[in-house]
Design a protein around this ligand. Structure first.
Ligand code: ATP
Ligand code: MG
Length: 457
């Protein structure tokens, strides 16, 4: 369901931004707000940042902002950043892109005296509007109508625009997902037709747009309608498309199940990535029982391996994201029995943040199952969640750090410095997690001394 969009006429612009426009106009140039900030404002959302476009050349911009801090962000492309009232504002000279012979970068960038040329090189109609406090809105390509109708449409001929810069294909999907817009039919057709050009685009640029797409509210429809494009940038996903599961718990193929899990996961990069890849190993370990039921024994481990390859080859993530996603994928199918000792052991093993992410992923995974058979599993997960909340509220000891005695205490008891200290402390922690031992000094010391005698004998 698309939410109706209200066009907000009153543009409440922060003073720092107004100053930049004003300085340029007073110096005799034209200056407009352009792109994402105009779009977001018209949707009634606070813009993330403000971009200014002007007929002043970069050198003239620098001269006009004498006394301001100016950073030469991309002089070659006509961009400088002005710090105004503490806000960094990108000011770019009107541009026309030259020929694109490689489908990635214009061979040359030239500057223009006409805002119309600058707007025509922009990707989508909703991103190609300009606003100036003195002149109002400039909407040459029907951006307002498309914004009102929730439509992503290329400026100009879609295939030509995608041929110039194939990243725009993925940007179309990203905006469709984030804004929950539909891609207009001719643009959509060109998206499917031109997707092969994405092979020329650097992994870093793909990753950035793809993460935006994945975290958008409309991700489900984009993954469903443009799975060919997703398969183009992440080929190992292709085997899940249409892969039937032959299992009563699943009323959909692996890809549709995956999409439901991604949709059900919160808009968080780690969780959405883990959701996207959690079952990618399934087609690689499918077996059918005598009764015709499909099984996927060991699929989580295979999913982890394939995910590792994807994160090395097709997407660029930081180390923490990678490690966390791999762990979540690897353990997503481990059953957690709702017993205090078991939950406490998991808490000790993974830490609270990861365990909570795991439970969130598991919950999303259940949403992707046949609802008739998921109720018991939801109940079990609720119980695990309650136990976890209880343990967290008690600040139950689950780490060596929160154990009531430490290495110093053991040495005072005569345990020699060395590996035995760690061994005894870990045993104590495991007995505390198993709730065989309370986490207070005296019982811990007593037990430590027993363990020491045992190992010393
Ligand atoms: P967001 O709010 O997500 O940053 P945005 O519209 O500001 O959205 P950016 O990627 O920051 O998106 O780009 C700023 C503007 O530059 C866009 O609105 C668009 O007009 C133009 N633009 C960016 N990338 C391209 C591209 N590859 N081809 C054509 N125009 C582009
Ligand atoms: Mg932006």
């Amino acid at each position: 369901m698309l939410s109706p969009i209200i066009i907000h006429e009153q543009f409440d612009i922060p003073s720092g931004v107004l100053r930049v426009l004003d300085v340029l106009e007073k110096a005799g140039f034209e200056a407009w707000l352009v792109g994402g900030c105009v779009r977001d404002h018209l949707r009634g959302l606070p813009p993330k940042d403000y971009d200014v476009t002007t007929n002043a050349a970069a050198g003239q911009v620098i001269a006009a902002f004498d006394g301001f801090r100016v950073i030469e962000t991309g002089i070659k492309h006509g961009t400088v950043t002005v710090l105004s009232d503490g806000m960094p504002i990108e000011v770019t000279t009107y541009r026309v892109d030259g020929e694109y012979s490689d489908g990635r970068h214009p061979d040359s960038v030239s500057f223009s005296a006409d805002i119309k040329e600058d707007l025509s090189r922009r990707d989508f109609t909703v991103n190609a509007m300009a606003y100036s406090p003195s002149r109002g809105y400039l909407d040459l390509f029907g951006g307002m109508d498309d914004l009102g109708a929730g439509i992503i449409r290329c400026v100009g001929d879609p295939s030509k625009r995608f041929g110039e810069d194939a990243l725009r294909i993925l940007r179309a999907l990203r905006f469709a997902s984030v804004l929950e817009f539909e891609i207009e039919p001719a643009t959509a057709e060109a998206v499917h037709l031109c997707k092969g050009l994405l092979d020329r685009i650097a992994v870093e640029r793909i990753t950035q747009e793809f993460f935006g797409l994945l975290c958008g509210a409309g991700v489900g429809d984009v993954l469903r309608n443009y799975r060919d494009v997703i398969g183009q940038i992440i080929p190992p996903l292709q085997r899940t498309f249409g892969f039937e599961q032959h299992n009563p718990h699943h009323d959909s193929d692996v890809w549709e199940h995956t999409v439901r899990v991604v949709e059900a996961a919160p808009s968080d990069r780690i969780l959405r990535l883990a959701a996207l890849f959690h079952d990618i190993g399934k087609p690689h370990c499918f077996t059918m029982g005598d009764d015709g039921t499909g099984h996927f024994y060991g699929h989580a481990k295979i999913s982890e391996e394939i995910t590792r390859e994807i994160l090395a080859k097709y997407l660029r993530t930081d180390r923490k994201t990678e490690e966390r996603v791999l762990l979540l994928v690897a353990i997503h199918d481990d059953r957690i029995i709702p017993e205090r000792r078991i939950v406490r052991r998991r808490l000790s093993k993974y830490g609270e943040e990861t365990l909570r992410q795991l439970l969130t992923l598991k919950r999303a995974d259940l949403t992707g199952l046949n609802p008739a058979l998921a109720a018991d599993k939801f109940r079990e997960l609720d119980e695990v969640q309650n136990i976890l909340d209880e343990l967290a509220a008690e600040s139950a000891c689950t780490t060596l750090r929160s154990l009531a005695i430490g290495g110093g205490d053991l040495m005072a008891m005569g345990v020699p410095k060395g590996p035995l200290i760690g061994k005894i402390l870990n045993l104590l922690l495991s007995e505390v997690c198993d709730e065989q031992l309370v986490n207070s000094r005296e019982p811990l010391k007593k037990r430590a001394s027993e363990l020491f005698q045992y190992y010393n004998a």
